[in-house]
Write a protein that binds this ligand. Structure first.
Ligand SMILES: C[S@@+](CC[C@H](N)C(=O)[O-])C[C@H]1O[C@@H](n2cnc3c(N)ncnc32)[C@H](O)[C@@H]1O
Length: 245
């Protein structure tokens, strides 16, 4: 059974990195696009309450986005603009960002396996009839929801709670690109002292099709995440994937 819930981690430094790159990629693609088919393989609940007990308990948002709000920075402006579109203390996750930056013709498939997270996701998105919500495994099901007549945009953001996720993401991406070679794919990878990410990072560095962005930051403690990577396949033209604060 899955226990990870993103509310404990929403708005952390890694979220600032991955969500900023997601916004940049979506904005760049918007300028030249046909209708998009968004697939969020690990959607979470879409919007997170930074004033919740869970968020306060870890302090990750305080170490991340909340510590950066006063900083004047071009890098942070896109994420701050998204925060401006949600209610006070509500942090927009990948599903919300996709919805906020979408067009009328776009379609969406959001996958979430955790029952509580799925219930929250449903509460937030079930009124938008462009969005199909799947209480299902994003690793298994994404292939069936690729469309031929649309540009597919797949965001893969696992919790890596199950260690085989580090291997499954590579198999999944190769299969997605076999079916839809022009699909835009973004994969997030956490760097933790335990080093589980290292073999995956070696594979990503060796993949000539992928562009890698790595952001290093001061960890919260000596067991905590110290960097975040995002790998992008078929990056939209003009999308800036450099990230520094
Ligand atoms: C890092 S969080 C996602 C955060 C989200 N993408 C965002 O930006 O707001 C990972 C989520 O994946 C869910 N999950 C874990 N394994 C899954 C699977 N095989 N298929 C679908 N969802 C899964 C977890 O319950 C968790 O909510």
């Amino acid at each position: 059974m899955l226990s990870y819930q993103h509310t404990f981690h929403a708005g952390c430094m890694a979220d600032v990195h991955k969500h900023t790159l997601l916004i940049r990629a979506l904005r760049a693609e918007k300028t030249n696009r046909k209708p998009l088919n968004f697939i969020d393989t690990h959607a979470g609940r879409g919007v997170y309450d930074l004033s919740s007990e869970q968020a306060q308990k870890t302090g990750e948002a305080a170490h991340g986005i909340l510590s950066l709000l006063e900083q004047e920075s071009e890098t942070l402006a896109p994420l701050k603009a998204m925060l401006g579109k949600t209610k006070e203390n509500q942090y927009p996750g990948s599903a919300k960002i996709m919805q906020l930056l979408s067009g009328k013709e776009d379609t969406f498939h959001f996958f979430e396996l955790h029952s509580t997270e799925f219930k929250e996701l449903k509460n937030r998105f079930n009124l938008d009839d462009r969005i199909k919500l799947h209480h299902d495994d994003g690793f298994d099901m994404a292939y069936d929801n690729l469309y031929k007549k649309r540009k597919n945009f797949v965001f893969i953001d696992p919790s890596y709670e199950i260690k085989v996720d580090y291997e499954d993401v590579v198999l999944m991406i190769n299969e997605l690109l076999d079916i839809a070679p022009d699909a835009i794919i973004m994969l997030w990878v956490p760097h933790l002292p335990k080093g589980y990410h290292k073999p995956l990072m070696e594979k990503l560095k060796a993949d000539e099709r992928a562009t890698l962005s790595t952001f290093r930051f001061t960890p919260m403690n000596d067991r905590a995440m110290y960097a975040s990577s995002v790998a992008v396949w078929n990056a939209p033209e003009g999308a800036d994937l450099e990230f520094n604060l």
